[in-house]
Design a protein around this ligand. Structure first.
Ligand code: CDP
Ligand code: MG
Length: 719
């Protein structure tokens, strides 16, 4: 293999790339495109295809672990992964070599910190070693993952390696889906699920070993688990804690766990050469599209891994790539596009792990999940957009929103490293060197930047009274904790003395954000549980409607048929009801431009929610009928009363809480209508703060549904 040819490709060598803008909620560019199309129509000319290439140059950076040999001693085994038996693949992993040392150290210590490069076998192998060493005789091994896709796909893999059925000796437990049984010894689960188990079992007595994996990610829930399991271990001498991380800075974890021993598993990483553009590229999705086709036609074989931010972006790019792949010259290898993200239905998640057919190059479009949580073999080229979607929270205004933000240097290095697992690889950053240098060193722990209401509720329900004095690894700002307490109090989850109310107890038991737990519980009073269950399930998938660039008009017309003039909540309800009438017919979904994939998942989530409500003695069939939808909106408002915005004279909106400027997202059915007052489901920050999933409300309702909040606020303002 030779390195990439000099990056500057002559014009015309690369087939003309149709310029397509695909933006996730980026209106400005939508408008620009619409205008361009309009002008082209006026002039009776087709829009001009723009020839585009991205010029990369090598930046001299090489991602190689300092102590790693440059030749993979088992590279043949790894490259012929498919042919080699599972056992041979296991034995080729760095963790396998270190097996005895790992087991000995874990046996000798109550807490161990294990550091090893991504793909070295920490997650799949170590639980099996401990099982073989007899540690499951008196309890299960729990391995937590920040992401559901990882928990599920890794459990599948380990079941295969152990020659057992998934759900027997090895299982997984994620929200809305649990495959474990009484026979389960090794349980992969999301960090959120282990927290939930604390509600009914405060000592986690089912487990002999708790492995907190992907610790370097510092997700909110893993951070809370650090404190919880540390506390439990003081009372349970027999409990072993293992913290696993893919990055080197493990001292923090060791310090926190009373100077626990740190074990380093020596990695095997091939050199990765990094290429960067000279200037900032205008649109990273467009750049990813152009770069993929450019490299595909220039570079020798090896699969591509493209890092993106979320489902909508990935789905759009997949469609564009598949479209463009049809125009590839006949002598060019085929391109197979495989998406991977949390909400992808499970049957499709396994596709990314299957090798591409001969003569085909696989392009994996992934969220952050492929950064350190899962390893996919065959990747030689990484295309890094340099961004990811994160949740951020402003403790002053009480607003939480999803934003696409630059990643950290540590993340950029991890991403590059994914190209050098099996042979020397190449990483193409879609951002120039100065942009890289300006990145922060590490990702800020999530606990420092998100709404803590769900966690505080969980802590309270697990018996932690003093949520301010809790043993956090990094203590969140006091104002964030106080905000969370206030919100829970306003929702009725806490009593006047700050202890959990009976309503709060019930809310903690539902697998939902406190706001939606409240909505669901209130639906009994408003007699609309059936409708509310559907809408909550619909809101929990990212993308219901889609609109292919060449069929925007038809898609728009189809969406109108479901439209309810009171807003998106009831529009979503209409979609699901119609979907049920046709028994989930995929052809109907295609005709109506709604995602069959998402709706199938909605049906699944709804079923799970029904099971949860049944446990609380709630009748899921109580319905308000079709002429009393006001009840549904009031019910949502009874939980989302802090998510209200009022129109200002210039047509923009101001939030009632925090008085911030926000705008209606163009995907909303209320985009043109601009009602006086709205309740919104979430805020998303792209070029502006957009409200997504919005319905009309009448301000006097606020006093009805949240007197404890607005009643007092009103009283306060009159004083
Ligand atoms: O946890 P860590 O990143 O250290 O590695 P791992 O997730 O245990 O993965 C070890 C190996 O298992 C990798 O080389 C993966 O390619 C392989 N694996 C796989 O082939 N299919 C899966 N579904 C999961 C892992
Ligand atoms: Mg892992």
């Amino acid at each position: 293999l030779t390195g990439p040819k000099e990056a500057q490709s002559e014009e015309g060598k690369v087939s003309a790339v149709k310029r397509q803008h695909l933006i996730e909620g980026n209106v400005t560019k939508d408008l620009v495109r619409a205008q361009a199309e309009k002008q082209a129509k006026k002039a009776k000319l087709p829009p001009k295809p723009v020839k585009k290439v991205v010029n990369f140059s090598e930046n001299g950076e090489q991602t190689v672990t300092t102590d790693a040999p440059l030749r993979h001693p088992n590279s043949k085994v790894a490259l012929n992964a498919k042919k080699a038996s599972l056992q041979a693949q296991r034995e080729a992993l760095p963790c396998y070599e270190a097996r005895q040392a790992l087991v000995d150290a874990i046996m000798a210590n109550r807490t161990t910190v294990i550091v090893g490069e991504t793909g070295s076998g920490k997650t799949t192998q170590i639980p099996q070693f401990l099982h073989d060493a007899g540690l499951t005789k008196n309890g299960m091994i729990a391995i937590t993952q920040p992401r559901r896709v990882a928990a599920l796909s890794i459990a599948k893999r380990v079941a295969e390696e152990m020659g057992t059925r998934l759900g027997d000796k090895v299982g997984y437990s994620i929200r809305f889906d649990d495959t474990t049984a009484a026979t389960t010894k090794i349980k992969y689960m999301t960090d959120g699920m282990l927290l939930r188990e604390l509600l009914s079992d405060r000592k986690l007595s089912k487990y002999s070993v708790i492995i907190l994996d992907e610790a370097h990610e510092r997700t909110l829930r893993t951070d809370v688990l650090f404190g919880m399991v540390k506390g439990i271990q003081r009372e349970r001498q027999d409990l072993k804690i293992i913290v696993m991380s893919a990055t080197l800075n493990a001292e923090r974890f060791s310090e926190y766990f009373d100077r626990a021993e740190i074990l380093y598993v020596q990695g095997r990483q091939f050199p990765v050469r990094t290429f960067v553009p000279a200037t900032q590229l205008e649109d990273y999705v467009d750049a990813a599209l152009v770069t993929t086709f450019q490299l595909h036609q220039e570079q020798p074989k090896g699969d591509f891994l493209v890092f993106l931010t979320g489902q909508e972006e990935i789905d759009n790019l997949q469609k564009l790539m598949e479209e463009q792949a049809r125009d590839l010259p006949p002598n060019c290898p085929k391109l197979l596009v495989c998406p991977i993200y949390a909400k992808l239905p499970t049957d499709q998640q396994t596709r990314v792990f299957e090798p591409a057919p001969p003569g085909t190059r696989k392009v994996i479009l992934s969220t952050n999940v492929a950064e350190t949580s899962i390893t996919i073999s065959g990747i030689r080229y990484v295309i890094d957009t340099g961004v990811s979607k994160v949740r951020s929270f402003n403790a002053k205004t009480g607003m939480e929103s999803l934003t696409v933000q630059p990643i950290s240097k540590a993340s950029a290095q991890q991403r590059a490293g994914r190209a050098g697992r099996e042979a020397a690889g190449f990483c193409y950053r879609l951002y120039p060197e100065p942009a890289y240098r300006s990145l922060r060193e590490e990702t800020e722990p999530e606990i420092m930047r998100c709404n803590l209401a769900a966690v505080v509720l969980m802590l309270k329900a697990s018996g932690v009274e003093d949520v301010v004095g809790f043993d956090y690894m990094d203590k969140p700002a006091r104002t964030s904790i106080v905000r969370a307490l206030e919100q829970l109090y306003a929702l009725g989850a806490l009593s006047d003395d700050g202890t959990l109310s009976p309503l709060g107890q019930k809310m903690a038991e539902l697998p939902l954000d406190p706001v939606y737990s409240k909505v669901l519980l209130q639906s009994v009073t408003y007699k609309c549980t059936k409708e509310v269950l559907t809408i909550i399930a619909m809101l929990s998938v990212d993308l219901v409607f889609y609109s292919p660039p060449d069929k925007r008009e038809q898609a728009g017309a189809a969406k109108k048929r479901f439209m309810n003039y009171d807003g998106d909540h009831l529009t979503l309800l209409n979609v699901y009801q119609s979907y049920q009438e046709v028994a989930g017919d995929p052809a109907w979904c295609a005709d109506n431009f709604v995602s069959a994939r998402s709706l199938k998942q909605v049906a699944e989530i709804r079923k799970q929610l029904v099971a949860f409500t049944a446990r609380q003695g709630i009748d899921a069939n109580v319905s308000c009928g079709t002429d009393n939808y006001e009840a549904v909106l009031k019910c949502f408002l009874s939980g989302c009363f802090q998510n209200v915005a009022m129109r200002t004279p210039d047509g923009s909106y101001k939030t009632l809480v925090g008085n911030q400027a926000v705008y209606i997202h163009p995907s909303s059915v209320l985009f043109l209508k601009k009602p006086d007052a709205v309740v919104y489901n979430e805020l998303m920050h792209t070029s502006k703060q957009y409200m997504r999933n919005i319905s009309i409300i009448y301000p006097p309702w606020l006093l009805d549904v949240a007197p404890q909040y607005y009643g007092r606020a009103a009283a306060r303002s009159t004083v």
